[in-house]
Design a protein around this ligand. Sequence first.
Ligand code: PHE
Length: 296
Amino acid sequence: MSTTPRRVENLQTDKGKVPVYATGIVEQPWDDYSDDDHATWTTLYARQREILHGRASDAFLQAQDAMGMTPDRIPKFSDLNEVLEAATGWTLMGVEGLLPELDFFDHLANRRFPVTWWIRRPDQIDYIEEPDLFHDLFGHVPLLMNPVFGDYMQAYGQGGVKAHGIGADALQNLTRLYWYTVEFGLIREHGALRIYGSGIVSSKGESIHCLDSDAPNRIGFDLERIMRTRYRIDTYQKTYFVIDSFEQLIEATRPDFTPIYARLAEQESIPAGTVLDGDKVYHRGTGEGWATDADT
Ligand code: PHE
């Protein structure tokens, strides 16, 4: 059961007034979406599904179908929640945008996934800096239907609350793990590489680039190596990490990270594009087109 948050104020937005709850939670103002908003969803949904056929993990595509998301109009969170709560006990909650870290972790730890309620404008179809409804709903939500991945997300939230109490370096290590799995992860399926990361599945360009381009590295998942690896927020990734299964992900991240954070604090971070001797290399990137300024 989801808890109903306390309504704290009405927020004036360019979509009209929306009710705001504690920690930035808002009710999805579904009736206020314009025809343009629905058309943006339709365009992006149809385009991505076509590109993702044969590229995205079967687990992702099947979960998306099972949820009842369709291209014709922006889904109602309340409809999706009925399916999602029955499947894995996760609940979607509307938010205005990015939340403070600790609030975000706390939601995940309680199987609540914050989804940005507004969708990008028509002129932002190909790229938008902040997460919008399309990225959050199309990209993140389907895999919450998967019991193993759903458990991973909750464990991540619990780990986030803990890392927040340890300090900034621990949080940075944990954020890199999120980045290279939840946002930009690849998975081996049917003997080939497939996409499961939300940042990829919601991007036309990166959905093609991550698998078809020779530029980026594609390297086997290694927990501590990933937690040391810097990343790009402004360009396609220089390196993608490949898991064998969601079970591998949840098993590898089950141990207490406290001693790992202590160990990593003594080590240098790894630039986003570097390949190390011990890496399991599926593809060594050519580095073509890589930005040369510092990674995050
Ligand atoms: N096991 C981790 C810890 O002790 C928590 C975690 C689980 C982090 C899954 C990320 C993903 O901090």
